[in-house]
Design a protein around this ligand. Structure first.
Ligand SMILES: [Zn+2]
Length: 338
């Protein structure tokens, strides 16, 4: 199956009332872990790469690894998404490379750090929508800013999404999906206590969904940071502080209110690191990378399978035929997707 647009995956998810995990990658083992998890659970899936991941893989490796994934897992609908594009140029280069979806994060200026004005955000996002939709590619925008910093992205300040502005932003830009800031953060240290309704503004999602029932909502910084994964790292020599992520039940509540894409990166990193630490601690004379990369890959697969099941995407891989990007382009042109 060729890569599909993220818009199609999210439209199908909305119809089926489930969410789709968007998992970050920067190497072969991670892509394999995700595709194996998708096969085991029969899930459609979004694979995403940040700017840092694109530079780490030098783009071409990433692209060809994704081509291998679509060849080897023809039954799995998969979208390739640019995570946190910092400028129209970054998004356009991703589209040229073959990404089927891009995020224009105009909530921050091009440095990926300074909170931007609403007008700037509308202007750059609109520019990307025009370029992307002309090629059938999906666009995610962001309004409000998350806490934390990851891959050099983030202002460190939290500005919750304003529902009135969200309505105006979607109308002015024509985006397919909107990332909302509800108090989550990037990275492993999201909350210093178990988050409840007060630190995690889930009611905001409900309000935005009521106002924008046709817009797919996106939750960033949505790793759950399971205690057992952090404990495993620390048991074998790691030094991670205690932390709480976004509880899976809260994500499921979001899915009931229009959340269709859930970004998960930290949980994969934790699973990989814990497995490698454990293996090397227990087998100090091993030196073949495959000896520890195999359990690392398996540990990541296990986490991804659990998320796919929890988000509800499991079992939906065979529900639909992929719509080619050229057909998506036609649908944007005729206003069928507006
Ligand atoms: Zn993010």
């Amino acid at each position: 199956m060729p890569m599909v647009s993220m818009r199609q995956l999210l439209d199908e998810a909305a119809q089926g009332g489930y969410g789709v995990g968007a998992f970050n990658v920067h190497n072969m083992e991670q892509i394999q872990a995700i595709m194996e998890a998708a096969r085991a659970t029969s899930s459609p899936v979004i694979i995403q790469a940040s700017r840092g991941a694109r530079s780490y893989t030098n783009d071409r490796f990433l692209y060809h690894l994704m081509m291998a994934a679509t060849e080897l897992y023809p039954e799995i609908p998969v979208a390739l998404h640019q995570d946190h594009g910092n400028s129209p140029e970054t998004c356009k280069s991703a589209i040229d490379l073959g990404f089927t979806s891009v995020m224009m994060d105009g909530s921050l200026e091009e440095d990926g750090k300074t909170p931007a004005s609403f007008e700037y955000n509308v202007a750059v996002t609109r520019e990307v929508v025009e370029a992307a939709h002309a090629r059938g590619v999906t666009v995610e925008g962001e309004l409000g800013t998350l806490g934390g910093i990851e891959d050099g992205v983030g202002s460190g300040e939290v500005h919750l999404t304003d529902p009135d502005q969200a309505v105006e932003f979607v109308a002015a830009t024509g985006i397919d999906a909107l990332a909302v800031a509800i108090g989550t953060s990037h990275g492993a240290y999201k909350f210093s206590r178990k988050p409840d309704g007060e630190v995690l503004a889930m009611s905001l999602i409900e309000e935005i969904h009521q106002r924008l029932p046709e817009t797919h909502l996106v939750m960033h910084g949505s790793s759950s940071v399971p205690r057992e994964l952090v404990d495993e790292i620390n048991r074998y020599g790691g030094q991670m502080k205690e932390s709480w992520g976004v509880p899976v039940e809260e994500i499921q509540r979001g899915i009931q209110h229009g959340v269709r894409k859930i970004n998960v990166d930290t949980d994969s990193r934790l699973a990989i690191t814990g497995a490698i630490r454990k293996h090397l601690a227990e087998h100090p004379s091993d030196f073949d990378p495959r000896d520890y990369l195999k359990p690392a890959r398996a540990a990541m697969q296990q986490v991804i399978e659990a998320r796919m099941t929890a988000f509800g995407q499991a079992g939906h891989a065979g529900d639909y035929e992929p719509i080619p990007l050229e057909e998506m382009r036609e649908r944007y042109r005729t206003g069928a997707l507006a």
